[in-house]
Design a protein around this ligand. Structure first.
Ligand code: FAD
Length: 690
C-alpha cells in the first residue's frame, strides 16, 4: 500500500537531534552464539538496482562502501555498525553492501578518494560464507581480470579489513587473511590493520573495538576527515497508518514474507522463507525435574524440504510474551502495540529488516532479538534519550566502563528492557526513537539444531534434540531463559497438554500470526552440512558426542542400524557419550540398546559420567583409555566425528587425539598434530560444534 496523505510522520523528523556519542573506548556485548545476529540481515527482501558498485555509489552519493561476507548476519551487523559510525563521527557517506549483489571486476575503477571496507566472516573449516564465495574465488585467483589496465591492478584502491573467526577452528580467520594478502598483492592500500575478531575466545567485541579506533584515526588522516560531534540520524521513518487495523489483510502480524501473508506459502523453503511444519510428537528426554531436554519430531512431508543425515534444522523462534510486554512497556509502546505502522528506509541503501505495514507488537515479537546480550555502544547511544539525568549518567557510565558494564549487565544476563528498567528504576524511556531500536537491536535469528534422525530411516521427519536454556543466577529473581529452547518447550507442553510446570514458565503466541501455526507447528528450514557418514558403510566410525552433542549420532547410529537390517554390512561403530549420570540426563538409552541388538559387536557405546564417583570422567578421558584401539581404527581409516561444545570438549578431544597418535605411533606431538590436521583436511576428522 502507498503512503496515505493522512499518514503522520511520527519519528523521522522529530529525532534528528544532536546527540553526543560516548563511544570512545567502549565495548558492547554480543550474542555468544556465532550463528546469532543481525539488524540488517534482510537479504532477499529487495536486491539493489544495479550490480555495478561504482554506479550505485555515484547515484546515492556515497564515498564509502562496506562489503560484508556473512553467513548468519554477524558480519553484516558489524558492517552496519561501521557504516553508522563512519557517518555519525566522520560524516562519511557510507553504504553497506552484500558481496553477492555486486560485481568486483571494477574494484580497480573505484577512485582513490573513496574507501572500500571488507567485513568478512570465515565459515566452517576456513571457507568463505555463501555470499562471499564468488568474490573470494575472484580475488584470490592467480590473476583476476579487472575492467582497466592499471599497474598494479588495484593501485587506486583504499581498503579496510576486519575478519570474524573462531580460533577453535584450524583455519582461523582465513577469509580476511587471504583476502588481505590478495589485495596487497594486487597493489591495493590498506588503511589501518587487518582486524581479526575471535568468537572462540569470546572476545569478538573487544577485538573489534581495539581494532576500529586506530583504524578510524588512520582513515581520518588518509582521507582528511574531521571527527565531529556524532549526530544521531534515524535511518528509518515510522509512519502510523491510521487507515489500517491489525485485521486489515495487508498488515503483517509476524508473517515472514508476502507469501505467508497471502496464505499461499510455498517453496522453495530456505533461510528467507520458513516452512510452517507440524510437530508430530515431542517429549522430555531427561529424568530430572530441574532441567529439560526436548525431543521433537518435525514433519516436513508437506514441503519440498529434504535432508541428509548430519544436516541442521533451523528453528525460527518467537519471543516470550513476558519479554515482549516488558520491552513494549519500557519504551512506552504498550498502548500503541497494535497500531499499524509502516517503516520506510530514509536512506536509499538501507533495508527495512522486516516486512511492513505491521505493528509494534509483531516487530518486537517476531523480528527483534530483544533478549540478547546488550550492546555497550547501543547503551551509550541511548543515554541521550534517558528519562532523567541520573539514568543518563548511569547509562553513560555503563557505556564507558567495560568492567562496570560487565559486572552490572553481563553477569545478570540482562536484556535491554531489563537493563533500562533497572537503570531508571522503572521509569519509561519514551524518548527513544523506534528507529534507534530497529538499528540497534539485531534481527531475531533462527537457531540451528543438529538433526538427530536418519534420512534413510525417516526422510520426511526431522528430529531435534535440544537442551532447554534456563539458568538460575545469583542476585536475579527469575532464571535466565533462552529464546528458542523455551519456545520449543512451550510447544511441547501445549502438544502434550502438560500443566505449566515451573513457576517461571513463559507464555508464547504459540498459534502464530493469525493463528497460522495452530495445531502445533513450528517455522523451520534446513541447512545442509558437510558432517556426513562415510559413503562406504563398512568403514569404521568413532563418534564423540557428550550431552546434546549426541544428536547427530543418534541419526548416524539409526542409519547404520537401518542398513544392517536391510542386509548391508556396516563397519565398527563406536559412540563416546557423556552426561552427568545414568539416571539424570542419559539420552536415548533405548536407541542404543536397540542398535546393539541389531548391530551386535559392530556397535559399542562408551559412557563417561561426570557426577558419579569422586572423579569427573569426560569423553576425552574415555577416548584416551582406548588409545590403542582408537589408533588401530584410525589406521584402518576410521572416520572420527566430534559434536557439541566447541570451546572445551572439542579442543580437548583434538589434543587427546594427537596424544594418542603420538603415543601409539612413537612420534613427536608435533608430527602427531600434523597427522590430525591432515585427517581434518581429508574429512577423516569432522566436527559439528557450537
Ligand atoms: P539464546 O537465547 O540464544 O541464548 C543462548 C546463550 O546466549 C545463553 O546461554 C547465554 O550464554 C547467551 N545469552 C543470551 N542472552 C543473553 C543475555 N541477555 N545476556 C548474557 N548472555 C546471554 N543445541 C542443542 O540443544 N541441540 C543441538 O543439536 C544443537 N545443534 C546445534 C548445531 C549448530 C550448527 C549450532 C550453531 C548450534 C546448535 N545448538 C544445538 C545450539 C542452538 O542453536 C541454540 O544456540 C541453543 O539451543 C540456545 O538457543 P536459545 O535461543 O534457547 O538461547
Amino acid at each position: 500500500a502507498g503512503l496515505d496523505v493522512t499518514d503522520i510522520i511520527v519519528l523521522a523528523a522529530l529525532f534528528v537531534g544532536t546527540v553526543a556519542y560516548l563511544t570512545k573506548g567502549t565495548l558492547w556485548g554480543i550474542t555468544k552464539n556465532p550463528y546469532a545476529s543481525s539488524l540488517a540481515a534482510s537479504h532477499g527482501l529487495k536486491p539493489p538496482k544495479t550490480r555495478n558498485i561504482i554506479e550505485m555509489m555515484e547515484e546515492s552519493g556515497k564515498n564509502c562502501v562496506i562489503f560484508f561476507g556473512s553467513q548468519t548476519g554477524t558480519a553484516e551487523d558489524y558492517a552496519s555498525r561501521l557504516a553508522k559510525e563512519g557517518k555519525s563521527r566522520f560524516g562519511l557517506e557510507t553504504m553497506v553492501a552484500d558481496l553477492e549483489e555486486y560485481e568486483y571486476d571494477n574494484l580497480d575503477a573505484i577512485p582513490s578518494d573513496k574507501v572500500v571496507m571488507f567485513v568478512l566472516a570465515t565459515y566452517g573449516e576456513g571457507e568463505p560464507t555463501d555470499n562471499a564465495v564468488e568474490f573470494y574465488e575472484f580475488i584470490t585467483s592467480e590473476s583476476p581480470t579487472f575492467s582497466l589496465d592499471n599497474d598494479p591492478p588495484l593501485g587506486n584502491l583504499n581498503y579496510v579489513a576486519f575478519g570474524l573467526g573462531n580460533n577453535t577452528y584450524e583455519h582461523y580467520n582465513s577469509m580476511v587473511r587471504n583476502v588481505n594478502k590478495a589485495l596487497e598483492k594486487l597493489g591495493a592500500h590498506r588503511i589501518g590493520k587487518a582486524g581479526e575478531g575471535d568468537d572462540g575466545a569470546g572476545t569478538m567485541e573487544e577485538d573489534y573495538l581495539a581494532w576500529k579506533e586506530p583504524m578510524w584515526r588512520a582513515l581520518a588522516e588518509k582521507m582528511g576527515l574531521e571527527e565531529r560531534e556524532a549526530v544521531y540520524e534515524p535511518i528509518f521513518g515510522i509512519l502510523e497508518k491510521y487507515g489500517l487495523t491489525r485485521d486489515s489483510l495487508e498488515v503483517y502480524l509476524g508473517e515472514p514474507n508476502k507469501m505467508h501473508l497471502n496464505g499461499t506459502a510455498k517453496g522453495p523453503f530456505n533461510a528467507h522463507n520458513p516452512y510452517i511444519a507440524p510437530i508430530r510428537q515431542s517429549y522430555e528426554l531427561f529424568s530430572v525435574r530441574d532441567r529439560n531436554c526436548l525431543h521433537m519430531d518435525i514433519d516436513i512431508s508437506g514441503s519440498n524440504l529434504s535432508y541428509q543425515t548430519g544436516d541442521h534444522v533451523a528453528v525460527w523462534p518467537t519471543n516470550a510474551g513476558e519479554e515482549v510486554d516488558r520491552f513494549l512497556d519500557i519504551f512506552g509502546l504498550t498502548s500503541k502495540r497494535h497500531n499499524v505502522i509502516s517503516v520506510k528506509a530514509l536512506e536509499p541503501t538501507a533495508k527495512v529488516p522486516f516486512p511492513t505495514p505491521t505493528t509494534f507488537d509483531a516487530i518486537v515479537r517476531y523480528h527483534m532479538e530483544i533478549c540478547a546480550p546488550v550492546s555497550r555502544q547501543f547503551i551509550a547511544t541511548l543515554a541521550a534519550f534517558a528519562p532523567d539525568d541520573v539514568s543518563k549518567g548511569e547509562l553513560g557510565k555503563l557505556g564507558n566502563d567495560k568492567d562496570y558494564f560487565h559486572s552490572k549487565v553481563n553477569t545478570q544476563y540482562l536484556n535491554i528492557a531489563r537493563l533500562l528498567a533497572k537503570v531508571s528504576k522503572g521509569k519509561q524511556w519514551t524518548a527513544v526513537p523506534f528507529s534507534a531500536l530497529i538499528e540497534g537491536i539485531t534481527k531475531l535469528q533462527p537457531r540451528y539444531y543438529s538433526i538427530s534422525s536418519s534420512s534413510l530411516e525417516q526422510p520426511k521427519v526431522v528430529s531435534v534434540t535440544a537442551v532447554v536454556e534456563a539458568r538460575q543466577l545469583p542476585g536475579r529473581g527469575d532464571p535466565f531463559r533462552g529464546v528458542s529452547t523455551n519456545y520449543l518447550l512451550a510447544l511441547k507442553e501445549k502438544q502434550n497438554g502438560d500443566p505449566k510446570p515451573t513457576p517461571f514458565g513463559l507464555s508464547y503466541e504459540i498459534t502464530g500470526p493469525r493463528n497460522k501455526y495452530d495445531g502445533i507447528h513450528v517455522p523451520v528450514h534446513i541447512r545442509h552440512s558437510n558432517f556426513k557418514l562415510p559413503s562406504d558403510p563398512t568403514k569404521p566410525i568413532i563418534m564423540v558426542g557428550p550431552g546434546t552433542g549426541v544428536a547427530p549420532f543418534r541419526g548416524f547410529v539409526r542409519e547404520r542400524r537401518k542398513m544392517a537390517e536391510s542386509g548391508q554390512a556396516v563397519g565398527k561403530t563406536i559412540l563416546f557419550f557423556g552426561c552427568r549420570g545414568p539416571t539424570e540426563d542419559f539420552l536415548y538409552e533405548k536407541d542404543w540398546e536397540e542398535a546393539k541388538q541389531v548391530l551386535g559387536d559392530k556397535f559399542e557405546l562408551v559412557l563417561a559420567f561426570s557426577r558419579q564417583g569422586p572423579k569427573k570422567v569426560y569423553v576425552q578421558h574415555r577416548l584416551k583409555e582406548r588409545a590403542k584401539e582408537v589408533n588401530e581404527l584410525l589406521l584402518q581409516k576410521a572416520y572420527i566425528y566430534v559434536c557439541g561444545d566447541a570451546s572445551n570438549m572439542a579442543r580437548e578431544v583434538n589434543a587427546v587425539l594427537a596424544q594418542i597418535i603420538s603415543g601409539e605411533r612413537g612420534m613427536s606431538e608435533a608430527e602427531a598434530e600434523d597427522i590430525v590436521k591432515q585427517m581434518r583436511s581429508s574429512n577423516q576428522y569432522q566436527e559439528d560444534v557450537w
